[in-house]
Design a protein around this ligand. Structure first.
Ligand code: SF4
Length: 464
């Protein structure tokens, strides 16, 4: 082949590759979104719904490292979870099996939680291999931890033995609240405030990792809410809100998991009561109806961040112009993966807006409104530190078990509470992969129905 023809072929294939990587929407993701939308129950098919319009939903691993070395009250893991030994080989092969299935059903680029017992009980190499298995199946993994590990562990996870970077970025969700027992240095926290140095230390480890090795991080903070610590939410947010976490997720406790760890009346906390405490910490009303994920009785999320000492929402769900912006955003950015290298993300955005130029003035109008709401001078002075505020309300195991049985058997449900449980399960946004049956199971059903049997089996197969 003459040199000129070879050059032309190479240029053509480079252009094709560039076109593919900067394509705003992956065809598999588009198909998964259509499928998700079609499967949603009517009561959540509204304009704010992110599932099927923006994302396919969230995924998690199960039965891959059930053991934990803390003793929290409550604990969502079944009694047998702590009888299963940590086994890196089992973890990695099982994750591969589960993620291969979600990749097939949900397409590439979806968020997946590396979750089970305590992830840091895996050695750094096994932990890295588990993340590698998730990345191999094009998931965006986030490791779930109690956060009680040292910088050396984090460094060995992030770097290869020769000191080169194993990951460019890591995502962690760390659980910190005063209902957790066993943390080194503070085994029995007196209150939430006394945990703040530990929250700060956790974030500082990741800041150091970036400084010394250039590994970026995305950090979430989890907090179980019970009548004992609900009043302390504002103080936690006001203080730990600036430590470097990018998300705070508050999870009102439910009667699920190990019943020996249940304390207090968890039913005494209403969704509004908890949300009002989160609002008190953020310093104002939190608009959660602009974007809703799944069922509102399960999830609330407010998107925004700190501008100086104020948390400012990105948009206002009472402003019709922001509601128009939301529709334009769903139309323009449907299924686009912006968690890519900046140049690729910018190219995808440019192509997306080029396809829908009418969205450009809407986006510009929104940015002016946001700058006004935040205060231009304040924005220039302090910048914007994005922090998403979330509430996720798991359900009681007894209700889930009853609703799940009725769903499986196709039975009518007369009880209003169980009917609500079924509606929420049908609209679930957080699933676990069961390739052996070809199903994705809602996390509530996983914990209430599947975990006890699964952990009992694992305790036999992987005894301590
Ligand atoms: S896991 Fe449970 S609480 Fe969470 S979205 Fe699914 S059904 Fe709702």
């Amino acid at each position: 082949m003459p040199a000129l023809t070879r050059l032309a072929h190479r240029a053509a294939s480079a252009i094709r590759a560039l076109e593919r990587v900067t394509r705003p929407q992956d065809p598999e993701v588009a198909a998964a979104l259509r499928q998700r939308w079609a499967e949603l129950p009517p009561h959540v098919k509204h304009r704010s719904q992110t599932i099927g319009q923006r994302i396919a939903g969230c995924e998690g691993t199960h039965g891959v490292f059930p053991k934990c070395d803390f003793a929290c009250t409550p604990c969502y893991h079944s009694r047998d979870a702590n009888k299963v030994r940590i086994d890196g080989e089992h973890t990695v092969s099982e994750i591969g099996r589960q993620m291969e299935f979600t990749r097939r059903v949900r397409g590439p680029g979806q968020y997946a939680q590396l979750i089970g017992g305590e992830v840091s009980l895996l050695g750094p190499d096994d932990h890295a291999a588990a993340l590698g298995a998730m990345l191999e199946h094009e998931r965006k993994p986030m490791s779930f931890t109690h956060g009680d590990f040292d910088y050396d562990y984090l460094r060995r996870l992030a770097l290869n033995p020769d000191g080169s970077r194993r990951f460019d970025a890591l995502a962690f969700a760390a659980h910190f609240d005063s209902l957790m027992f066993g943390r080194r240095g503070i085994p029995l926290p007196a209150d939430e405030r006394s945990l703040n140095p530990f929250r700060a230390h956790f974030c500082a480890m990741f800041a150091r990792l970036r400084r010394e090795h250039g590994v970026k991080s995305h950090l979430a903070h989890n907090y179980t809410v019970t009548p004992r610590n609900v009043a302390q939410i504002p103080e936690v947010l006001r203080t730990a809100g600036r430590f470097g976490f990018h998300m705070f997720s508050f999870q009102p406790a439910a009667f699920v998991g190990n019943e020996r760890r249940w304390k207090d009346d968890y039913g005494a906390l209403s969704a509004d009561a908890v949300w009002s405490r989160i609002e008190a910490g953020a310093g104002g009303r939190l608009p959660y109806r602009l974007f809703q994920t799944g069922d509102e009785r399960c999830n609330r999320a407010a998107y925004g961040g700190w501008v100086g000492s104020r948390w400012v929402a990105l948009a206002d769900d009472r402003d019709p112009r922001d509601l128009r912006m939301r529709s334009a955003l769903f139309g323009t950015l449907r299924g686009i993966d912006l968690a890519a290298p900046p140049a690729v993300a910018a190219a995808r955005l440019t192509r997306a807006f080029a396809r829908r130029p009418s969205s450009v003035p809407i986006a510009l109008g929104w940015s002016v409104r946001f700058a006004r709401r935040a205060g231009l001078r304040e924005l220039i002075r302090h910048g914007f530190a994005p922090v998403t505020l979330v509430m996720h309300r798991f359900m009681d195991a007894a209700d889930v078990g009853e609703a799940w049985d009725a769903m499986e058997n196709g039975d009518e449900i007369s009880d209003e509470r169980i009917r609500e449980t079924r509606e929420r399960l049908e609209a679930c946004s957080y699933h676990f992969s069961h390739p052996e049956t070809g199903r994705l199971i809602p996390a509530c059903a996983q914990h209430a129905v599947f975990d006890p049997e699964e952990n009992a089996r694992l305790a036999r197969e992987l005894p301590l």
